[in-house]
Design a protein around this ligand. Sequence first.
Ligand SMILES: Cc1cc2nc3c(=O)[nH]c(=O)nc-3n(C[C@H](O)[C@H](O)[C@H](O)COP(=O)(O)OP(=O)(O)OC[C@H]3O[C@@H](n4cnc5c(N)ncnc54)[C@H](O)[C@@H]3O)c2cc1C
Ligand SMILES: *[C@@H]1O[C@H](CO)[C@@H](O)[C@H](O)[C@H]1NC(C)=O
Ligand SMILES: *[C@@H]1O[C@H](CO)[C@@H](O)[C@H](O)[C@H]1NC(C)=O
Ligand SMILES: *[C@@H]1O[C@H](CO)[C@@H](O)[C@H](O)[C@H]1NC(C)=O
Ligand SMILES: *[C@@H]1O[C@H](CO)[C@@H](O)[C@H](O)[C@H]1NC(C)=O
Ligand SMILES: *[C@@H]1O[C@H](CO)[C@@H](O)[C@H](O)[C@H]1NC(C)=O
Ligand SMILES: *[C@@H]1O[C@H](CO)[C@@H](O)[C@H](O)[C@H]1NC(C)=O
Ligand SMILES: *[C@@H]1O[C@H](CO)[C@@H](O)[C@H](O)[C@H]1NC(C)=O
Ligand SMILES: *[C@@H]1O[C@H](CO)[C@@H](O)[C@H](O)[C@H]1NC(C)=O
Ligand SMILES: *[C@@H]1O[C@H](CO)[C@@H](O)[C@H](O)[C@H]1NC(C)=O
Ligand SMILES: *[C@@H]1O[C@H](CO)[C@@H](O)[C@H](O)[C@H]1NC(C)=O
Ligand SMILES: *[C@@H]1O[C@H](CO)[C@@H](O)[C@H](O)[C@H]1NC(C)=O
Length: 592
Amino acid sequence: MARLLATSLFLASALAAPSQLPSYANRYDFIIVGGGTSGLVLANRLSEDPNLTVAVVEAGDSVFGNPNVTSSTGYGLAFGTDIDYAFQSTPQEHAGNKSQILRAGKALGGTSTINGMVYLRAETSQIDAFAKLGNNISWDSLLLYYKKAEGLQRPTEIQSQLGATYEANQHGFEGPLTVGWPTEMVGNNFSQTLNTTYAAMGLPWNEDPNGGHMRGWNVYPQTSDPSANLREDAARAYYFPFSGRANLHLYLNSSVQRITWEAQSNTTLPSASGVAYKDASGAEEQLLANKDVILSAGSLVSPLILERSGVGNPAILKQFGIEPKIDLPNVGENLQDQTTGSYGTTANLNLTGTSDYVAYLNIHDIFGDDTEQLREHVQSSIPAWADEAVADSGGTANRTAIQQLFEIQHSMIFDDEVVISEVLVKAPSEGSGSISYWGLMPFSRGNIHISSANASAPAYINPNYFQLDYDVSQLVGTVKAARRNANTAPLKNFLPTETSPGLDVVPANAPKEVWAEWLKSTYRSNFHYISTAAMMPKEMGGVVGDDHLVYGSANVRVVDASVLPFQVSGHLTATLYALAERAADVIKAAHA
Ligand SMILES: Cc1cc2nc3c(=O)[nH]c(=O)nc-3n(C[C@H](O)[C@H](O)[C@H](O)COP(=O)(O)OP(=O)(O)OC[C@H]3O[C@@H](n4cnc5c(N)ncnc54)[C@H](O)[C@@H]3O)c2cc1C
Ligand SMILES: *[C@@H]1O[C@H](CO)[C@@H](O)[C@H](O)[C@H]1NC(C)=O
Ligand SMILES: *[C@@H]1O[C@H](CO)[C@@H](O)[C@H](O)[C@H]1NC(C)=O
Ligand SMILES: *[C@@H]1O[C@H](CO)[C@@H](O)[C@H](O)[C@H]1NC(C)=O
Ligand SMILES: *[C@@H]1O[C@H](CO)[C@@H](O)[C@H](O)[C@H]1NC(C)=O
Ligand SMILES: *[C@@H]1O[C@H](CO)[C@@H](O)[C@H](O)[C@H]1NC(C)=O
Ligand SMILES: *[C@@H]1O[C@H](CO)[C@@H](O)[C@H](O)[C@H]1NC(C)=O
Ligand SMILES: *[C@@H]1O[C@H](CO)[C@@H](O)[C@H](O)[C@H]1NC(C)=O
Ligand SMILES: *[C@@H]1O[C@H](CO)[C@@H](O)[C@H](O)[C@H]1NC(C)=O
Ligand SMILES: *[C@@H]1O[C@H](CO)[C@@H](O)[C@H](O)[C@H]1NC(C)=O
Ligand SMILES: *[C@@H]1O[C@H](CO)[C@@H](O)[C@H](O)[C@H]1NC(C)=O
Ligand SMILES: *[C@@H]1O[C@H](CO)[C@@H](O)[C@H](O)[C@H]1NC(C)=O
């Protein structure tokens, strides 16, 4: 491992000195902007062909030896350090005008170096929804790529006894991304305690929530290496073992400012010539692309790079003196995120080890007999919600299309019965218990735009949390499920007293308004920002097609969380790794 580190750092520092580069330096077939979760999958797969040259331009540094990253139990250690962008949202007008911290990883490996390591995919109907928008993507076709990415470490006998289960036909075992169960799992019969508790709540055990059907509870796997006891991030999986490839060059500490363009004739689509970036010293440099420029800078950066390159809403670009190149008003629109919080108790059990226990609930589990009424309320609200979404987009969004998107989402929730609530129980320790909860399918739509032509200036980022009433209902229903969970035996015997919110703040039979007030003063972002360059038809508000090409450009693509048109009920990386694997095949085929 130490030698691997030395090699990669040597490569990185060699690259800082242009005189040591081979003659093709500064000109590559592909330039990948952002060496993060998605970008490194592309870098790896495109550079498999020794005839293709690939540059990765990454704003952060290598974090191979950073203990805040490598620790498989250290979630949160990296927050607020220099590898966390910690962007700020605008004041959230539907939640007390408080702004939120929006975390994202600034490092080789991107956000996979600081995230919670949860490996959970999606509901089949959420991936099939891509096809409803005209994309050639379905659960069955993406499953091949989930498997291609994954290197599942089968649970040991002890891990199996402690609740780790999987269905072999849903998994990949040879892929670069090591996935496994925690090295030290929680014992003390705790998974049986939960099994009995959920049975009493009417929620079944789910043998494998990664098979496309997520309802139930499970001890899920994570992106970590159980035998080495290390976090598995995109760099460890897709870059370091391959860093010796002569046709793959990495530029660290290098922040892309904008795309540069070929001189344009009036008969061809605008074609990117390369990118302009700032190196570690702050000097502006340029790289040239023979084939494509691929943006993988994340959903809170890729749309901004498009805008600074003249791709976006001309009215916004002109405000900052940027000459419009491609009129694509929905760049940065459709921003979606989930909201989360923590429910707390005292505990009379002090367990050691880490295991991850997830309960996924659908609309009936959350709303019971009120489900039909809610179905009708949401259905009849869609026209008004579409009006509100259009207004909040400054009139940019296509009302008919928003309405169609909301209808699809309604159908996923009420017809397909995808899970809408996630409840994560932490094993009680040190006298306290905690349960995290979040709503999975919010309707609210926000946006992100540049606030200056200067790439260093903070962007305008408005997730628009709780814009629409369903999102409040969904989160209230979810936190009530967390409270129900803590108050169901046998778990309840170990968690004697609620500390957060506490019955004095939110009484046992509190109405929705009381819950909502507490939630809005304590929630945070769930960090699942998506859809700021959505994969759907241009007239519906899309920015890329299913080949990831930006509409109206000859050779600019976006491959990262920006392209997801809807939330998935899993966490994002499992699906992003799979989508990037698919994108690599699509891009190779386009240039074959
Ligand atoms: C705190 C937190 C916890 C999370 N927990 C989980 C979890 O448990 N499981 C899960 O699956 N998902 C989780 N997520 C979400 C998931 O990690 C991200 O959605 C995913 O990693 C995003 O991948 P990406 O490829 O879109 O972008 P990223 O991985 O963020 O990659 C973008 C890269 O681009 C670089 N970059 C940005 N701007 C520039 C520029 N101008 N020039 C050059 N490079 C640039 C960045 O430094 C970064 O390396 C979590 C997210 C956060 C923030
Ligand atoms: C990146 O920048 C950091 C901080 O300035 C520096 O410590 C590090 O050596 C740089 N890395 C490379 C590869 O140049
Ligand atoms: C690379 O290019 C050479 C020369 O054009 C060709 O002979 C070879 O087959 C190519 N290799 C691959 C993997 O495409
Ligand atoms: C790790 O994080 C802590 C704060 O959690 C910080 O003080 C420390 O500098 C970080 N270490 C590295 C190597 O960044
Ligand atoms: C939020 O800020 C806006 C604009 O400053 C203001 O109009 C509104 O009244 C504020 N709302 C709350 C709840 O404070
Ligand atoms: C759709 O994708 C499949 C692979 O999943 C591929 O075989 C097929 O050719 C694609 N169809 C089109 C029209 O691109
Ligand atoms: C939970 O109980 C079910 C039977 O009701 C059983 O099949 C399953 O293996 C149990 N899971 C765990 C982790 O004990
Ligand atoms: C384990 O937990 C289950 C469910 O609470 C209980 O029935 C069983 O007796 C426990 N077993 C032991 C050995 O504590
Ligand atoms: C642009 O296209 C028109 C025909 O539509 C042609 O007459 C004109 O010469 C072209 N201009 C350039 C600069 O190519
Ligand atoms: C909990 O257990 C840990 C490890 O066994 C121990 O260090 C700690 O003192 C215990 N704390 C309490 C409150 O019992
Ligand atoms: C760009 O913004 C950064 C941060 O706000 C500032 O330090 C820098 O001076 C600005 N550059 C220009 C050219 O205005
Ligand atoms: C708005 O969306 C609808 C439905 O997708 C589409 O038919 C129509 O062309 C779009 N309108 C515009 C102006 O793009």
